[in-house]
Each structure stands twice: as structure tokens, then as C-alpha cells.
Design a protein around this ligand. Sequence first.
Ligand SMILES: C[S@@+](CC[C@H](N)C(=O)[O-])C[C@H]1O[C@@H](n2cnc3c(N)ncnc32)[C@H](O)[C@@H]1O
Length: 270
Amino acid sequence: MDHSPKQYVNLGCGTRYDPNWINFDIVPAGPQVRPHDLTRGIPLPSGSCQVVYHSHVLEHIRRAEVKSFLRECLRVLKPGGILRVAVPDLERICRLYLEKLEGALKGDQRAARDYEWIMLEMYDQVVREQWRSEMWLYLNRDSLSNEQFVRDRIGNFRDNDPPAHAALVRPSLLRRLLRTSARQIIDSLHWFKPARALRIGYFRMSGEVHQWMYDRHSLAKLLLDIGFANPLQQTAASSQIPNWKSFHLDTAPDGSSYKPDSLYMEAMKP
Ligand SMILES: C[S@@+](CC[C@H](N)C(=O)[O-])C[C@H]1O[C@@H](n2cnc3c(N)ncnc32)[C@H](O)[C@@H]1O
């Protein structure tokens, strides 16, 4: 196996990427991230990559486009190359939902508070129509009596500073002015149904909402259907990718998981 990081690709990297990898995002967070809409394919030659990784991206891709996206992942991998996928774990959300619901119904106040959060995990990112969603409001409350539960689910949400190498690329002043003016005009026409539909449509096509959710059964089946072999569930720290933890993509330097709500799965190109 060739371990040259340049054969390693991070798709939809957001602000979490290794500058030595090939990183793509529709909204690049720094100069080491190539701007690209992944629903148009992966702009790399066939059989050129040893590792393709995406974290919390697959659930943002529309159901109708997911198979062609994964076929692209298969195409760019070399035979024997590894695809690593992280997604929110639908099974865990559902198990917690039932556990917290039963507790809440028995009058357990703590379970009732956790229930409120797990409902947001299940639905908010699917139905939201604006950034200041129900989840955003919840996370921005002055104090949360179940803060530890929320942290155990989504990691350190109060300290979301991007890593040092991820100097966010800001659009030009003119672009920002045009965007703000367009948004203000559309917002002022909120009583006019087509304008409201336009605003909601733009937001929902921005890559922010969850288009589908996956569990260990459906994700493994999807990968096999595409032509990957041997789908194996992993943890944040475990991987068939050599020196995985050294890249700090799923685990922090202290070994903790960045996104504890994740399901991790790897599969191989035959
Ligand atoms: C939830 S964030 C995850 C970021 C990062 N991978 C992580 O785990 O922290 C989803 C990322 O996917 C990117 N994204 C969504 N749709 C995309 C598309 N069609 N093409 C490229 N990137 C996309 C978003 O811009 C965003 O950075």
C-alpha cells in the first residue's frame, strides 16, 4: 500500500482536514481545500486514490444522487483502496429516542430533557428552513441542564473554533453586499408565496439539511450494491487506513471522538 497522503482524499471536509490530503468542499474553508460540488462527480482520474474519506457528508446528499456519488468514490479508488464513511448513526438515535421516551413517560425529568434533544437530532436537520433552527436555539441557550448528554452526543459544541490551518475564505465585499441585499429583498417579500418558496428552496439546496439517514445495515447494503467489498463497522479511532489516528480527522489529539454520534464504516474496492 502506498501511504503518500496525496493519494488520500477528504470529500466535503468542512473545516476538518489534513493539508497534505486532497480536500474538497462546496464551500472551501481554506486555500488547501478545492472548491467543488461533489454531486457533479469527483474531479480525479480513475484508480488514482488509496483512500477516500467523507464525514457527515453522505446524509446531505439527495437520495436520488447518493448512488452516483458513491460510484464516483469507487471509480477514483485503486483496487484494494479504502472508502471510510462517517454518518450520524440512525440506529443509536432511535434507540436513545425510545429509551428517553420511556423515561419521560415514567416522569423522569432528566429523561424528558434528553428526549427533547434527541428529537432535535432526529428531525431538526431534516426539516429546518433557516440557519437559526430549533437546534441552534437549543444549543445557544444560556445554560443547559443536560449539557453533558448533549456533549456526549455531538462533542464540544460550545467551542467550535476551526483548526488553526482552516482560515475561512470569505467571499469578496461586493459578493457579500449583493448576497445580503438579495436576501433582504426576498425576506421583505415573505408574504409573497413564490418569494418564500425561493428562500426556503435556496436554503434547502445549500447542503445544510439531512436528505437521508443511515444505520449499519442500510449503509453496508448500499456499499455492497455499489460494488464495494467487505463493509466493516469501525470506531472513531479504528481503521484499516495506516496511522489513521495521526490525521486527527475523527479523533482529537487527546484521543476523544470529534463526532460521538457517528457510525463509522469502511469498505474496499475489489
Ligand atoms: C456536516 S459538514 C461536515 C464537515 C466535515 N466533513 C466534518 O466532519 O466536520 C458537511 C460538509 O459537506 C459539504 N458539502 C455538502 N454538500 C456538498 C456538495 N454537494 N459538494 C461538496 N461539499 C458539500 C458542506 O459544505 C460541509 O462542509
